[in-house]
Design a protein around this ligand. Sequence first.
Ligand code: URA
Length: 426
Amino acid sequence: MNTIDIINKTKRKEPLTREEIEYLVNGYTSGEIPDYQMSAWLMAVCLNGLTDEETLALTLAMRDSGDILDLSGINGITVDKHSTGGVGDKTTLIIGPAAAACGVYVPKMSGRGLGHTGGTIDKLESINGYRTELDFDEFLNIVNQTGFSVISQSGSLCPADKKIYALRNATGTVDSIPLICASIMSKKLAVNADCILLDVKWGTGAFMKTREEAEKLAAIMEKTAKAAGKKCRAVVTDMNEPLGCAIGNTVEIREAVDILQGRSKGRLYRICIELTADMLELAGKGTHEECAEMAKKAISSGRALEIFRKTIELHGGDSRICDDTDLLPKARYSHVICASRDVEIISINAEELGMASLMLGAGRVCKSDDIDRSAGIILEFEAGDKISMDAPLMTLYSNVCSDFHEAAMRAYKAIKFRNLTERTLT
Ligand code: URA
């Protein structure tokens, strides 16, 4: 087999065989195929796409480049959930405990945030003492005890994806549906849960900017997972606006606890109930309506919060935050932005708020950057709310930047208002 022939075939839209795809993935992972040849092939894929069969072969070759977890030590049906990333997305912290409270097991490996999107591991590490790097047996033990655990992704999972994703980032080849599918699904299939719920986001704060693109990605990811023998459902959700009112790390833990305490029933709560119901339905726990009722009860009874508390404890974290979120680390500086007149909120640009939060120190520009875990933004409204003059719109938090001017301007400009104050002309 010859790499140049393979590049030429994709360039001419001729489908590759499974063996050719395995040759490419294995050769690149082992270092035999150089970056420049792999880059040329990735660009050909970006321009010409891959068939569904090629996408499956690429996914499986990447999955098989490293360890595949053996979850048979878990005492029941396992459900994994993946979100394609967004601004303020703390759903894992709510739906993991809620689904576990309804009798399924949620073993999750998550990543850190990059750019304007956050990562679940960064959020959990803002709880004092919480360890995200556990050995596999300890991870399984926690999942068996509480039904839910999140650890950071093991380095031995999908080395091919690690190498290919880094190359895609450096060569403008990230935005390709088959490549995104293979990258995400190889990792999900390596984690190896029985059922997989995929939450594909679209909108300003997401990878996929249009609903149509998100639906295409959702369809191929679901098809790939099913062809690999998993129960899978992919749902498409709107990420034009941030998920919830908090954007950052500590502030998002606070909001997740508020929901688990049953104190908040807004859009984030409703989305979490739907996603939990999807997970339970996949696991065969009932119809969607029955599962949604179970999810609501898991939260209103406090069982989901108890699972979150116990999970934090077993990870070495300060679980008292489940009763008192004031025990979470606080930022040294804060800045409140108030409405300068009576306004109605028309829309909130999630990506711009994510960028403002990044400027405050809550996110990373490069993978190796440190983050300020207590930095972030708390919004006082949802789209459609009316706010009176001088009432707070949002609060910005940071430890590193006492001058909030630039971040505040960016955050303010992310909100589209309708002025409710009539001008009186004299
Ligand atoms: N997330 C991934 O893990 N891979 C992609 O290609 C895009 C998003």
